[in-house]
Write a protein that binds this ligand. Structure first.
Ligand code: HEC
Length: 554
């Protein structure tokens, strides 16, 4: 199944499955690159020599690397150009697309470049996977502008990486939101560097941070099995890893590969609840599958059983988290949008996306549980109230301080605004005048986070090690911004619940230090889980590590 990880193959496969499952509604969907016209596909690239590739590389570094990454590998939600649709498309289609851009979705128009430069960039991108490829490297990218690093302190409640500190509390309210386009939309993806010896994640006083494991490949979601093993989704390699135990010096006792050949796996859930699960469920980007599982299994004992197809077409937000309701009767699956703000009325591929879906545990009975949620990367069940909660990436390209990401409990049938509205009755200017009847239906989430933080996995703290005031609080990973002039996120936050079932709107910085003072980034938190001993494990796909935070009181 390895080949199906490449979106080109996945596209055609997914298209067939969807087309047959959903009938004629989707068969009209165009499969050209970003709906490029047929005339574009026919254009020949006149600049295809090695010299052209070299010029293209330089142009790429100057114009594209800030968002698509120095190696064109993609950053955050910005797609890679080394694989997937950008490699499968015809050169003329890419030329057409980059000339026009897709401003609403955060991709600028490059009509300002000469035709020659645009073609040369395409030649560079096309040669990336070839034997004599001109390889870009991170060092060649310009360091951040000092004037940005010395920019004035942001106006509270907004903040940025320069002021992140464990223990700092923030609270963003609806009245704090600026109008759209108060500032320009930035392209400021993380410039990843190796972790310098002196850099280490910082936690509040009394906590100790250790490196539990490193050398992983893109570790994403992490979840603790009932027997205490840690399951980690390595989405890019298509694998689920298992880590067992914590030695006296804070390392795993053993590690292994539970399953491989999955399609961008992310969500992991054990079922049924309680000490003796029978299955482990995995959220592939396009399906829910499950493996038989008994406590202590280190490798899957049978191939995956396919339970349900998920809406996916190789486009847009690809993570799928899975959680079960406390009574075991409902499986929740989060499915992010295919785009930044495309209108589902005119983009049928957005059908059932930007939702949290509910299923029966056998995968039957798919229904929309809540909608208008752009990208709920993390799901969690409040262990006391049984309520579903989620951690959400809101939309881009409206300016630095819009739209706040959020963490909230989820109302059954609730509508959270995307794409026409945001954070209550604020209309997205890109959809002016649309769906006035929904204006008063948009739920304001419980906790508004720093805009563009990229809030990923969340968990309730049900361990016994941290001080009592942390009981039942939420921890969430903020992967870090790209669409903000000065970075935010790149930290783990705590949402205090004050021993009740409700959040007050505050959140507190808990684990920081992943951005260096010069603005370069060495770590990006993705997953959070509570270990059996009550410590907190955090995956980091910047340094490809797992960190462990424990309370020592010192
Ligand atoms: C400000 C950030 C930014 C910059 C700078 C940028 N892009 Fe993009 N690009 C994006 C985003 C965001 C998307 C995804 C848009 C969407 O969701 O449809 C994208 C999409 C693309 C795609 C389509 C990829 C796919 O898989 O569908 C191509 C090709 C691309 N960009 C090429 C370029 C090139 C070439 C440059 C430099 C000349 C460039 N981009 C500069 C943000 C950026």
């Amino acid at each position: 199944m390895k080949s199906s990880r490449f979106p080109a193959a996945r596209w055609s496969l997914g298209f067939l499955i969807l087309a047959s499952a959903l009938g004629p509604a989707l068969t009209a969907q165009s499969s050209s690159f970003h709906d490029a016209p047929a005339t574009a596909a026919g254009l020949e690239n006149p600049f295809t020599t090695q010299q052209d590739a070299q010029v293209g590389m330089k142009q790429f570094h100057d114009k594209c690397a800030v968002c698509h990454g120095p190696k064109a590998q993609g950053t955050g939600n910005i797609p890679p150009l080394t694989k997937g649709p950008a490699q499968a498309a015809k050169p003329g289609e890419i030329f057409w697309y980059i000339t026009k851009g897709d401003v609403a979705n955060g991709m600028p128009s490059w009509a300002s470049l000469t035709d020659q430069h645009r073609w040369q960039i395409i030649t560079f991108l096309r040669n990336l996977n070839g034997p004599n490829a001109a390889r870009p490297n991170a060092a060649a990218v310009e360091p951040p502008d000092a004037s940005i690093l010395n920019a004035p302190r942001p106006t509270p409640p907004f903040t940025d990486f320069r002021f992140e500190k464990p223990g700092t509390i923030h609270r963003i309210s609806v009245v704090d939101l600026p109008p759209p386009f108060t500032t320009a939309s930035s392209g400021n993806g993380p410039r990843l560097v190796p972790r310098p010896e002196s850099a280490w994640p910082q936690a509040p006083a009394g906590f100790k941070v250790e490196l539990y494991a490193t050398g992983l490949h893109n570790p994403r979601l992490i979840r603790t099995a009932p027997n205490g093993d840690f399951f980690v989704a390595e989405s890019e390699t298509g694998r689920i890893l298992v880590f067992r135990g914590i030695t006296a010096d804070g390392k795993p006792q053993s590690t292994g590969v539970f399953a491989s050949g999955l399609n961008q796996p992310f969500g992991i859930a054990f079922y049924p609840a309680g000490p003796n699960p029978k299955w482990i469920y995995i959220g592939n980007t396009d399906s829910v599958v499950r493996f038989p599982y008994r406590n202590g299994d280190r490798t899957a004992s049978a191939p995956p059983e396919h339970l349900a197809d998920l809406p996916a077409n190789g486009k847009g937000h690809w993570t799928r988290d899975i959680r079960f309701a406390l009574d075991g009767n409902t499986m929740f699956v989060s499915v992010g949008s295919g785009s930044n703000v495309d209108d589902p009325d005119t983009h049928p591929e957005e059908t059932n996306r930007a939702t949290i879906l509910a299923f029966n545990p056998d995968g039957s009975g798919m229904r929309v549980y809540a909608s208008g949620i752009r990208n709920a990367v993390g799901l969690a069940i409040n262990p006391h109230t049984g309520e579903l909660w989620c951690s959400v990436n809101e939309r881009d390209a409206l300016g630095d301080n819009l739209v706040p990401d959020y963490i909230t409990h989820v109302e059954p049938g609730g509508f959270y605004g995307w794409p026409w509205w945001y954070i209550g009755s604020h209309q997205d200017p890109r959809h002016q005048g649309k769906h006035p009847e929904l204006k008063d239906k948009v739920i304001v989430p419980d906790v508004l986070l720093q805009p563009h933080n990229a809030s990923l996995e969340m968990t309730f703290y049900d361990g016994k090690q941290f001080p009592d005031q942390y009981q039942d609080d939420i921890f969430a990973s903020e992967h870090g911004s790209w669409n903000r002039a000065i970075r935010t996120g790149y930290e783990v936050i705590r949402v205090p619940m004050h021993h009740g079932g409700r959040a007050t709107g505050e959140f507190q910085e808990f684990l920081t230090g992943f951005v260096l003072p010069d603005g370069n980034v060495w770590g990006r938190p993705v997953g959070v889980t509570v270990a059996p001993d009550g410590s907190l494990l955090v995956t980091d796909d910047g340094s490809n590590s797992i960190w462990r935070v424990s309370y020592t009181g010192k």
